[in-house]
Design a protein around this ligand. Structure first.
Ligand code: C2E
Ligand code: MG
Ligand code: MG
Length: 744
């Protein structure tokens, strides 16, 4: 709201205050003018002692001199002076704006003389010699008149002052104050209308109020803007939108308080006598600008129901929409689907790039999700990387399948952060109402369970809820406890997956992959518990165990592997961050008598970003030990390529996501080709991961990547099976690396 400017008020009030009204004749001043000294004396004698202040002048010149310097209320003036005539003195008074009464005392007895004196503005005319009583009476009349004039002047000054004050208050009011005539046309409006609405008030006078009101509010404005009622029945606090001319913000909100003039002013209703009907004259109204408050209210409401980062509905609004959609379903006997969507490996992005970039990615993801949904669907963000979606009016499960597939497809193209391509996928759990739950909470819980199933099994996919799966959060808590026990119970085991040279069929490396022989759930892949171990701080003891375990197996294999190939071990960034990994590895290798040349350490690109300096020191130390360094899951775009020059790297492994895309030998897969070119350019070993089909193998081979790891050649296998395989290789070298190796 605009602040009142007080300066003009002070100025105006001061101006008024300085114009003091004339004194009320406590000192009525008289000038007695006559060149007849005797007459002058007798006049003074007559008037002396009556409370008047008397001054005498015995010539016209002297009189003019006195009038120039002093202020008089009454002049007793002889017309016939030697030097200047009485008429000339009266002209002088008029010309100089001297506001004094003149009583002419003249020896001239003609009526013309009297008329001429009165025409010159004389207050009274007495013939000489005059009757003293008559003179005194006339003097007193003059005094009374002067008193009355002073009084009137004082009143009119006060009126003027209060009129100015009220006008000032009305014009500087933060509100628009207006009056309408009986037909709704403006008869008065204060200056405020110009600043608030950009409308010239003179233009507005005579216009109908509807010219100001927003079209959508005209109905509401009728009988409110031009209120006819009064007292308690008058409109109060009605919100209306008025049209704004100059403002960029096209419309402003007004809290329109209308009060009829019976309460506030006179003359708007005629005052009828007795039973005579009061006649309606118009409306008096005050419109207060509440735009800012309204915007603040809207903002608060918006934030209460929306996620600030993405602008999507938040949990509260989502639940509200879902509840509405559920009621609709019950009424129409239809179905709806709820999806619970969680981004895969999003934590890694936050850890690598920081939360600001993670947030940026979430915004990009939101845009892609929005492209996949229909008008009536509600997409919400519950927090973190969790989104929910309501699909009302489901015609069948195929509708949900179509949306889920579209979402997964939309997410497939790489995102971009810091000009780097980022790959992201999502796991989606789907429930159908009313079949899969009665309440919002139950539906969400079941969708979460289905999502968790996707996450642990495949990622980048969707599942419909199946009542036979247990609650995910419960599952997770149990799993965590089990994992703690797994170490002490000896349930962890290392599996091995060979890497082969597709040209020669030779075994060129082996990757150690952790497995968990879960007492109830069977053999769990690393993907099913390593993220949990990282989350709950078990990664250090588990990695310590892993170092010993692989050394023990290597020792068992002995000469079958020594000097033949390197064993790759996966190292969590958390383990590297601890800072003593090189020493730890060295100590373990020495303890087991294993040469560092038998080991390759697989790290993900993320460590190069988290703290490059720290990573360089660690990797340099490892190199000096004699171990090789491989970048795992290369190409998912978590870092810039610049680190490839800085880090002592020997091998890069093409992420399985790119290999999976290879569907045809004749196809063109630019990312794969680019990675192959990079490896060649830098003289690095290159291994393609997750090779499952002959097509993929052939495409990779003909593009220049012959080293492969994947189900096509070998599934990961136990240490025992690995030993068998190595022994078979020695016996029949030609079969080593042939497709369809040992199964887990
Ligand atoms: P990774 O290092 O990229 O390992 C490759 C993953 O792909 C393994 O999953 C492997 O079983 C799987 N795989 C191999 N060939 C194929 C194929 O042809 N098709 C498909 N779809 N998958 C294939 P796994 O064993 O579940 O390991 C998942 C991830 O867990 C590993 O990814 C690695 O990052 C981590 N990990 C495994 N073992 C360890 C460990 O001992 N320590 C640490 N820190 N991380 C480990
Ligand atoms: Mg690996
Ligand atoms: Mg990998």
């Amino acid at each position: 709201m605009e602040e009142l400017d007080h300066a003009p008020l002070l100025f105006e009030l001061n101006e008024v205050d300085t114009q003091k009204p004339p004194a009320i004749n406590s000192d009525f001043r008289m000038l007695l003018v006559d060149d007849d000294i005797r007459l002058l004396d007798s006049l003074r004698e007559l008037l002396n002692g009556m409370g008047y202040k008397l001054t005498t002048a015995s010539s016209g010149k002297e009189a003019i001199d006195q009038l120039t310097h002093l202020k008089f209320d009454l002049i007793l003036l002889d017309l016939r002076l030697q030097d200047v005539t009485g008429h000339q003195i009266m002209d002088f008074l008029r010309d100089h704006g001297i506001d004094a009464h003149v009583i002419v005392l003249s020896g001239d007895t003609t009526i013309e003389a009297a008329i001429s004196a009165l025409e010159h503005g004389a207050f009274g005319y007495l013939r000489k010699p005059c009757d003293p009583r008559e003179l005194l009476k006339l003097v007193d009349n003059s005094r009374q008149r002067k008193l009355l004039e002073a009084h009137n002047q004082q009143i009119s000054l006060r009126l003027e002052r209060s009129e100015r004050l009220y006008r000032y208050l009305i014009d500087n009011s933060p509100d628009i104050i207006y009056t309408l005539n009986d037909e709704g046309f403006f008869s008065f409006v204060n200056k405020r209308v110009a600043t608030l609405l950009g409308i010239d008030r003179d233009w507005l006078i005579g216009k109908h109020y509807s010219e100001l009101v927003h079209e959508d509010d005209l109905e509401l404005a009728a009988n409110v803007f031009n209120e006819r009622r009064c007292g308690d029945r008058a409109s109060r606090n009605v919100e209306l939108r008025l049209k704004c001319r100059t403002s960029v913000e096209q419309e402003r909100y007004f809290n329109n308080t209308l009060i009829t003039i019976v309460l506030n002013s006179t003359g708007v209703y005629t005052r009828g006598k007795g039973y005579v009907k009061h006649e309606f004259l118009g409306t008096y109204g005050v419109a207060r600008d509440i735009t800012d408050r309204k915007r603040a209210d809207e903002m608060v409401t918006y934030h209460a129901y929306h996620d600030i980062l993405t602008g999507l509905p938040n949990r509260i609004l989502f639940k509200d929409r879902l509840s509405l959609a559920m009621s609709q379903c019950r009424r129409d006997k239809t179905e709806l689907a709820v999806m619970f969507l969680d981004l895969d490996r999003f934590k890694r992005i936050n850890d690598t790039f920081g939360h600001a970039k993670g947030d940026e990615l979430l915004q990009q993801v939101t845009a892609r999700l929005q492209e996949a949904i229909r008008g009536g669907d509600t997409l919400a963000r519950l927090g973190g990387d969790e989104f929910t979606l309501v699909l009302p009016n489901l015609r069948g499960r195929q509708d949900a399948v179509a949306v889920a597939s579209k979402i997964l497809d939309n997410l497939r193209a790489p995102f971009e952060i810091d000009k780097q391509p980022i790959h992201i996928s999502a796991s989606i759990g789907i429930v159908v109402y009313p079949g899969d739950g009665d309440s919002i909470e139950e539906l969400l819980r079941h969708a979460d369970i289905a999502m968790y199933q996707v996450k642990t099994m495949v990622k980048d996919g969707y599942y419909f809820y199946d009542r036979t799966i247990a609650d995910s959060s419960h599952q997770k808590i149990i799993l965590e406890q089990n994992l703690r026990d797994a170490l002490t119970q000896g349930e962890l085991e290392m599996y091995y997956q060979p890497q082969v040279d597709a040209d020669s069929g030779n075994l060129v490396g082996v990757e150690a992959l952790m497995r968990w022989n879960h007492p109830a759930r069977g053999l769990l892949g690393a993907g099913e518990f390593i993220p949990l171990a990282e989350e709950v701080g078990l990664m250090i003891p588990i990695s310590d165990w892993m170092l010993d375990a692989v050394c023990i197996d290597l020792k068992k294999w002995g000469a079958l592997c020594d000097g033949q190939f390197r064993l790759s071990i996966n190292i969590s960034p958390l383990y590297i961050d601890r800072g003593n990994f090189p020493e730890k590895l060295h100590e373990t290798l020495v303890r087991h008598g294993i040469s560092p040349h038998q080991i390759e350490v697989e790290i993900t690109e993320s460590i190069s970003i988290r703290s490059p300096q720290h990573a360089i020191v660690q990797l340099d130390q490892l190199c000096r030990l004699g171990v090789n360094i491989a970048i795992d899951d290369f190409g998912v775009g978590y870092s810039s390529l610049s680190y490839l020059h800085k880090f002592p790297i020997h091998t890069i492994k093409i992420d399985q996501a790119f290999v999976r895309e290879i569907q045809s030998e004749q196809g063109h897969y630019p990312i794969v080709l680019a990675i192959i070119a990079i490896a060649k350019g830098l003289g690095l070993r290159l291994v393609a991961e997750g090779v499952e089909t002959e097509t993929q193998a052939r495409y990779l081979k003909q593009s220049g990547c012959a080293m492969m790891q994947g189900y096509l050649h070998h599934q990961p296998m136990s240490g025992e099976k690995m030993l068998q395989l190595l022994q078979e290789r020695v016996a029949i070298p030609a079969q080593a690396g042939s497709p369809g190796g040992a199964d887990i």
